[in-house]
Write a protein that binds this ligand. Structure first.
Ligand code: DCP
Length: 229
């Protein structure tokens, strides 16, 4: 049997493993990013990279994630600093798979969380500028591959209900206002283009419940699996 190789696949094989087709999954806290990633576990050609929350929870025995929520003035800065490092490691992680699917990115840290922390006063302007210098430095010196962004778009109400339901210890003190503001920041970035978007954005309706969201996930397969289709 002769296997027909498409132009897409040819381009991909010649660029492996340096530049796999890279997809960022973005969306508010509670939008269902983890469930979205799980949907793609069945495909062998995908390198799935989940967010390193466990590393934020245990940095040599220190739970930076918890400290960031409990004492934001003091710990938001080291937390976002560490998030950036752990995300950068994922961005530059090589894989022999043709597709890399990542939960979040350095970009949402920068354009959503760090912006929020500046505007609510948890990050001093000086701290904010140090982080910006890191982002600019990384941007100038590393190739951060991104070919598609999947935006799991929810209403802040739905995201907040899910967060309450899953009841992560660290997030018990997160108020609705925080989720609402993060929603606006995601919208400003991914829908209105107020901040730099490293690739095209595919918007999915992530308000749907588990029983009905499969059709949305399947709708995204064509775009996510494009290099191997
Ligand atoms: N977080 C943060 N700053 C970042 C990234 C994440 O403060 N740069 C926090 C927000 C949440 C937790 O980390 O408390 C994890 O948030 P995510 O939205 O990244 O992941 P979830 O597990 O909440 O995603 P989902 O519910 O969509 O699966």
């Amino acid at each position: 049997l002769t296997k027909v190789i498409t132009a897409n696949q040819m381009a991909l094989f010649s660029s492996q493993p340096k530049h796999p087709f890279t997809v960022f999954v973005e969306g508010n806290i509670g939008s269902g990013k983890t469930t979205f990633l799980k949907h793609f576990e069945k495909f062998n050609d995908i390198c799935l990279l989940t967010e390193p929350v466990e590393r934020w929870r245990n940095l040599n025995g220190v739970n930076l994630f918890d400290l960031m929520y409990k004492n934001p003035e003091r710990f938001a800065m080291p937390f976002q600093n560490y998030v950036t490092l752990t995300m950068l490691k994922l961005h530059i992680q090589e894989t022999s798979k043709p597709i890399k699917l990542m939960e979040r990115s350095m970009f949402s840290a920068r354009y959503c969380f760090v912006e929020k922390m500046l505007s609510n006063g948890t990050l001093h302007e000086g701290m904010y500028h140090v982080l910006q210098e890191w982002y600019n430095f990384i941007h100038d010196h590393h190739h951060v591959q991104c070919d598609l962004i999947v935006y799991l778009r929810t209403s802040p109400e739905v995201a907040y209900e899910r967060i309450k339901k899953r009841a992560r210890d660290e997030e018990s003190c997160v108020p609705f206002e925080y989720i609402k503001d993060l929603h606006e920041l995601h919208e400003n970035w991914l829908i209105h283009g107020q901040f730099f978007r490293p690739a095209q954005v595919l918007v999915l309706d992530a308000n749907l419940d588990l029983e009905n969201i499969n059709s949305e996930y399947r709708r995204s397969e064509l775009s996510v699996l494009k290099p191997i289709m």
